[in-house]
Design a protein around this ligand. Sequence first.
Ligand SMILES: [Mg+2]
Length: 326
Amino acid sequence: MRKGESRKTPPRSTRSDATAPWAGRPRPPRGGTLIESLRRLTGWDDSPPLALIFDFDGTLSPIVPRPKNARLDLTLRRLLERLASRRKVSIAVVSGRSLADLRLRTGLSGAALFGNHGAEFRFPDGHESRGFARSGRESIRRAERALSQKLAGCAGLEMENKGPALSIHYRRVRRMNRAAVRREVDAVARRYAGIVETLRGKCVLELRLRGLPDKGDAVRRLLRALAPGTHPVYFGDDITDRDAFRAVRGRGWSVQVGTGRGFRSVDFTLSGPRELRRQLQQLSAFLAKRPPGGRRRVTKATAPDQEIHVESPDRGLPPPGRRTRD
Ligand SMILES: [Mg+2]
């Protein structure tokens, strides 16, 4: 096992990995690290499509004191785009940020982007959708005005109106003042209890309209758009990623990025965004070594001496220009 990587104890396998492809199976093979498991998963000609799904802050991008300074750096962006361009690999980012903000900060092409924890999304074909009513925005604006009055003068506090949700970032607020921030946010949440609910993340509180999708809903929405049998791998670092971890359970793998907060049932843990990038570079290099075209050799039962080549169908996200159902 490499530095920076740890692995949870996997369940017992019921089939020998040495004699049969376990591609498509939801569990990692016994003794495998993440990159070893990914190599096993993708190393077969008829391996299942792979969906790599990432949270943004704290996962693709390190946590920074000011959320507005977070960016996807150019090297990682190119690496993700290279992966997205491969046959049978899909890339998606699921974030609490608004979709517009996420697009600006990632600059990714060829990837599905889910903003506001899945309340809005954009697929690579340009298809966009918003899962919230515009009328709800006024409630969020009222909550924002109320909090602005209550917390005026609180140094380091940043509020961000994302349309259907209001984020209150308090990472730069002095620790002695944080309890007061939480108290005021809870008071406003109680006042609008029938309309908004509260989400808690790393040094951020969020008031959001009730009934909006969570990250688990986003992952399920993505998987409905992909080919049956697609193997999802979800990478996240925060409490809100738990919904997504649950959504891939029994179908793919969950990967915790960063060790600050323990998640009991994840399949793998990486030390942080830097380790994640290293593993993605290794996966990209591994996939690049595979035969071009990814052709699958099939022998006809009726003509044992004759071999035919069958092109495996492209099972990634729909190409540009093709609309997805919604
Ligand atoms: Mg995060």
